[in-house]
Design a binder for this molecule. Structure first.
Ligand code: ASP
Length: 411
């Protein structure tokens, strides 16, 4: 049986097991099962995280040096950036439009959230300007510190510098370039080993998620959750495939079939960073994206391109404003969009990262940061779907970029 089918089957089994566990709360069976599931899921996620930093570093170095070898660096950069900005903007517009259309949060009795709001600690103020300062301070740092702390964005920036330096040095640095390629191949081999564990890891992750979620609290926010989920799915099933079809000339069904393993892993881990090794594998092996394109676009996309997160943050800001009885002006909604774009750019690809940058979006239009307490109970659930779309966007862009850079080659 292929890895894809194994993952699909264990994902379904995981959901069923989660519901079964829900039937036996506060029993020894429940506690022992959650303990076992936590161990299995921690091993799987831990192994993926172990490989993440060396993989990102080597893939970007290799990606950049390969691209320049065929004179494509600036073109690839431009197309990647253009795709990221376009898809994120569409996601933001869609998020706001659907939140308006379905009047999310209008007419809901805010009193029911008072407990949650008073229990929540106000986080430090995070304005867009302080966000930028933090962003620069956390990105341009000692690379060894970045490696040790797992600071992905700083590693990406350093890898870009190294890649460009290798290119500029040309033949002088041939040995190091070859070494980077071999190091990257070793990483990919190890990822292949870890992925053998994926079916078991995903079963454990999903069963634990279903068994430990507080269903009664979730039902309060059902309307908002349904609208955001529906809109995110619409973006992933209609908008992105349409762009893929028009600009990537690829049948969306081929895309979904080839990326199924990565999409399910994104759903189960809620982390685009943890899923990245698999996204890269799917793009190269199943979608035919050239390794130099996938090795460059996917790690960058994992960091910078988060359609699902942007869509969620824009809709959530409107939801909170509605709950407070505030009508945001068009200008304020534009500020929400701009801030949500920066926030999605800076959010690392880890579970609930969007929740942290959400504070910045709320504050950009004077909404209280405490209001994120309202969103906390449903965040873990919504994170699953938005991460899938984040990961899907990265793989889709790699197809489009690959096509346009390939075409230039043949001209
Ligand atoms: N979990 C998301 C991701 O890894 C980020 C977010 O919280 O929105 O892509």
């Amino acid at each position: 049986m292929s890895l894809n089918s194994q993952i699909l089957i264990t994902a379904i089994l995981g959901v069923i097991f989660g519901f079964v566990l829900n039937l036996f709360p506060n029993t020894q069976f429940f506690d022992a099962s959650i303990y076992g599931l936590s161990i299995v899921s921690s091993i799987f996620i831990g192994l993926l995280k172990m490989l993440l930093i060396p993989l990102i570093f080597s893939s970007i170095v290799v990606g950049v040096s390969n691209l320049e070898a065929s004179g494509q660096l600036s073109r690839t950069w431009k197309i990647t950036l253009m795709c990221c900005v376009t898809t994120t903007t569409l996601a933001l517009i869609l998020g706001l439009a659907c939140a308006h259309l379905f009047n999310v949060g209008k007419g809901v009795d805010i009193v029911m959230f008072q407990d949650a709001m008073s229990a929540h600690n106000t986080p430090d103020t995070l304005t867009p300007s302080s966000f930028f300062t933090n962003f620069i301070q956390n990105t341009l740092i000692n690379p060894f510190k970045a490696f040790a702390e797992g600071n992905v964005l700083a590693v990406v920036v350093f890898a870009l510098f190294v890649g460009v330096a290798l290119v500029k040095g040309g033949e002088n640095f041939r040995t190091v370039r070859k070494l980077s390629h071999q190091f990257f191949d070793i990483m990919m081999l190890m990822i292949g080993w870890v992925m053998k564990l994926a079916p078991l890891g995903i079963l454990a992750l999903l069963a634990k998620l279903i068994a430990t979620e507080d269903v009664s609290v979730l039902s309060r926010l059902a309307e908002f959750a349904a609208v955001v989920t529906g809109t995110t799915i619409f973006h992933g099933v209609v908008v992105l495939p349409l762009l893929l079809w028009i600009f990537g000339k690829m049948n969306p069904l081929t895309f979904f079939k080839g990326t199924r393993a990565a999409l399910i892993t994104a759903f189960a881990t809620s982390s685009s960073s943890a899923t990245m090794p698999l996204s890269m594998k799917c793009a190269q092996e199943n979608l035919g994206v050239r390794p130099q394109t996938a090795g460059f676009v996917i790690p960058l996309g994992t960091q910078l391109n988060m359609d699902g997160t942007a869509l969620y943050e824009a809709a959530a800001a409107l939801f909170i404003a509605n709950l407070m009885g505030l009508d945001l002006t068009i200008g304020q909604q534009l500020i929400v969009c701009a801030t949500a774009m920066i926030a999605s750019l800076g959010a690392p690809g880890i579970p609930s990262a969007g929740m942290v940058t959400m504070i910045m979006v709320l504050q950009s239009v004077g909404l209280p940061a405490e209001a994120i307490a309202i969103l906390l109970p449903i965040d873990r659930l919504l994170d699953t779907v938005r991460t899938v779309v984040n990961v899907q966007g990265d793989m889709m862009i790699s197809v489009v970029v690959d096509r346009y850079t390939k075409e230039e080659n043949t001209v």
